[in-house]
Ligand binder design. Structure first.
Ligand code: AP5
Ligand code: MG
Ligand code: ZN
Length: 218
């Protein structure tokens, strides 16, 4: 199964993709995480992406598309994957469909996690992230067991530089202007599942899993 997680910055795409990835035994492929990992390694793509990410703008399509198509062509994605943060423009969505079609595959479902703007801002300002495995934590809603350390790998937790208030505003604008139009694209293909993301983490996960089970049964 190929599943896309859609939602504004802070909606919980990464959090829910991690849960689904374990539940469905499929890899979690996150474009933002791949850019941040490239930046940690100081690669050309990582440094270039940073200049856009710090402003809250999208990284140009050609760079993003090349990186994701390369990643999903690896053997671990042969049976599917959970895509988080990609596609994010109509052009990316169309290129992805074409690339999957050439392999005899297609997107099964796109899950849109809906959260009110004021809640998004609270989530992003309290978020801490593992520098190694990118697992997101939150000071109040999902704190790590040991302060400053990742539960899964012991990695150091840090705050993203694009979670500053000004950049968050720009990321929200970009989401509504450039990414929201793809909701319609998946809705027209009857692939869109809208989920109330304004519940606790487990509550949202329950909604997603039951919606997927409901829609996937014959
Ligand atoms: P990306 O890394 O994808 O960031 P984003 O879309 O802004 O989304 P976030 O990762 O901030 O939020 P999330 O929805 O994953 O929320 P999370 O689960 O962490 O992209 C970053 C940048 O990279 C972009 O701005 C762009 O420059 C570039 N980029 C990436 N993809 C691109 C593409 N395809 N094309 C072009 N450029 C691209 O949760 C947030 C917080 O809330 C956490 O602290 C979490 O613990 C907490 N939380 C989660 N769920 C709940 C809940 N239900 N209740 C309470 N708290 C919760
Ligand atoms: Mg994320
Ligand atoms: Zn970790």
């Amino acid at each position: 199964m190929y599943i896309i997680m859609l939602g504004a910055p802070g909606a919980g795409k990464g959090t829910q993709a991690d849960i689904l990835s374990q539940e469905m035994n499929l890899p979690h492929i996150a474009s933002g995480d791949l850019f941040r990992q490239a930046l940690e390694k100081k690669t050309r793509v990582g440094l270039l992406a940073k200049s856009y990410m710090d402003k809250g703008e999208l990284v140009p399509d050609e760079i993003t598309i090349k990186m994701i198509l390369e990643r999903i062509s690896r053997p671990d994605c042969a049976l599917g994957c959970i895509l988080d943060g990609f596609p994010r423009t109509l052009h990316q969505a169309k290129v992805l469909d074409k690339a999957l079609k050439e392999r005899g595959k297609s997107i099964d479902k796109a899950i849109y996690i809906e959260v009110p703007d004021e809640e998004l801002v609270k989530r992003l300002s309290g978020r801490w992230l593992c520098r190694i495995c990118q697992t997101p934590y939150h000071v109040t809603s999902s704190p790590p067991k040991t302060s400053g350390k990742c539960d899964k790998c012991g990695g150091e937790l840090y705050q993203r530089s694009d979670d500053r208030e000004e950049t968050v505003k720009e990321r929200l604008n970009v989401f509504f202007a450039q990414t929201a139009p793809i909701l319609d694209y998946y809705e027209k293909q009857s692939k869109l599942i809208r989920v109330n993301g304004n519940l606790g983490i487990q509550g949202v996960a329950g909604e997603i899993i039951s919606a997927l089970k409901g829609r996937m049964s014959p």
